[in-house]
Design a protein around this ligand. Structure first.
Ligand code: NAD
Ligand code: TYD
Length: 360
């Protein structure tokens, strides 16, 4: 039985990936999820799989070398899938150091521990061991509004402390591949959306605020473009790259689904009104009048857009969920999980929100 070590599996994409993997492989695999449970990590995301005999949760910080070494020494790990990171651009602008610590130093610890566990006396690596580093398209910087795409060959030009820290971690992985022929891949994916996404990010924040009749904050002119991918399509891409990608290669993942932020907000409002029954009291809250233009994000990247040509040509990956369907699935999930939203928005979230959006 193949054993996976997933880092950051209690976060948004990691938990969706774990669900996807158990749906796909059932009892054929074993997953160990290591997560520090920061504000973004939530064991409620894994409630329905936590009792599986082939699943183990370990609370640990990826920067804690002893804890990570112990996991490798006690388990024969075949696959590492490395999600754990600080992931929110706005937080990185307010507090960059933790991004360097977790994203750069944490990745260094993960690489070093995997290398030590998998290395053979001749400097090669045990057969079949693979490390997948989950990264972002933001490492490539910003595109002009009128054209161009991010390819795997696009030079790195990160702007935010978040993307700079992810770029640094990607460079470390590439250095391990070049120096030691370490068996790793990198995926650089566009913006994800879907179930379990923490409501500091645009889509769940807008859904939650609209349902509560709160302002919908639009940074700058609202015309910044992001390339949105349903999270399950990302999980499937990660699995395909890890199983069939050429070792040492980077694969860009994205669905050719570019939208301006203001378009996303309009789609969410229209879809909420379509989906909410006529007599649902929440309908009264949902309104275009909530849209509020606020000060722009510092260093706000104008446009991201992925060219997924390589992953399509080499591995046959294509996005399966169209945005209009994905957003309905996402909204339906949030309707069915009001308690989840209530839990994650209590306590610290409120403090973050009030400071970030200067709510008096
Ligand atoms: P998230 O913030 O929802 O989850 C991050 C998880 O990592 C949380 O469970 C958190 O507790 C854990 N974590 C944080 N610091 C840790 C530490 N020091 N030790 C152990 N665990 C720690 O993030 P996400 O949106 O699920 O993103 C996951 C990965 O995917 C990140 O590496 C991110 O850069 C990348 N990515 C995200 C997107 C996106 O749109 N969200 C797109 C492309 C790539
Ligand atoms: P976000 O979800 O934070 O992802 P990223 O910054 O990693 O792309 O933001 C997506 C876009 O939405 C980005 O251009 C910033 C914008 N945005 C707003 O306009 N208002 C908000 O309240 C948030 C959180 C984001």
């Amino acid at each position: 039985m193949r054993t996976y070590l997933v880092t950051g599996g209690a976060g948004f994409i990691g938990s969706n990936y774990i669900h996807y993997m158990f749906r796909k492989y059932g009892d054929e695999i074993r997953i160990i999820n290591v997560d520090a449970l920061t504000y973004a990590g939530n064991l409620e995301n894994l409630r329905d799989i936590e009792k599986r005999p082939n699943y183990t949760f370990i609370k640990a910080d990826i920067c804690d070398r002893e804890a990570i070494e112990k996991i490798f020494s006690e388990n024969d790990i075949d696959r590492v899938v490395h999600f754990a990171a600080e992931s929110h651009v706005d937080r990185s602008i307010r507090n960059p150091e933790i991004f360097v610590q977790t994203n750069v130093m944490g990745t260094a610890v993960m690489l070093n521990c995997a290398k030590a566990a998998w290395e053979l006396p001749d400097g090669g690596f045990q057969e079949g061991k693979r490390f997948l580093h989950v990264s972002t398209d933001e490492v490539y910087g910003s595109l002009d509004e009128d054209g161009g795409y991010f390819y795997e060959t696009t030079p790195y030009a990160p702007h935010s402390p978040y993307s700079a820290s992810k770029a640094s971690s990607d460079m470390l992985v590439k250095a391990y591949v070049d120096t030691y022929q370490f068996p790793a891949n990198i995926t650089n994916c566009s913006n994800n959306y879907g179930p379990y996404q923490f409501p500091e990010k645009l889509i769940p924040l807008i859904i939650n605020n609209a349902l509560h009749g709160r302002k919908l904050p639009v940074y700058g002119d609202g015309k910044n473009v992001r390339d949105w991918l349903y999270v399950e399509d990302h999980a499937r891409a990660i699995d395909m790259v890890q199983e069939n990608g050429r070792l040492g290669e980077t694969y860009n993942v994205g669905g050719h689904n570019e939208k301006q932020n203001i378009e996303i907000i309009h789609i969410i409002l229209d879809t909420l009104l379509e989906m909410l029954p006529q007599d649902d009291p929440r309908r009264k809250s949902v309104s275009y009048d909530l849209i509020t233009y606020v000060e722009d994000r510092k260093g706000h990247d104008r446009r991201y857009a992925i060219a997924p040509d390589k992953i399509r040509a080499e591995l046959g990956w294509e996005p399966e969920v169209m945005f209009k369907d994905g957003i309905r699935k996402t909204i339906a999930w949030f309707f069915a999980h009001e308690e989840w939203m209530a839990h994650v928005t209590s306590g610290d979230y409120q403090k973050y929100y009030d400071e970030m959006y200067q709510v008096k």
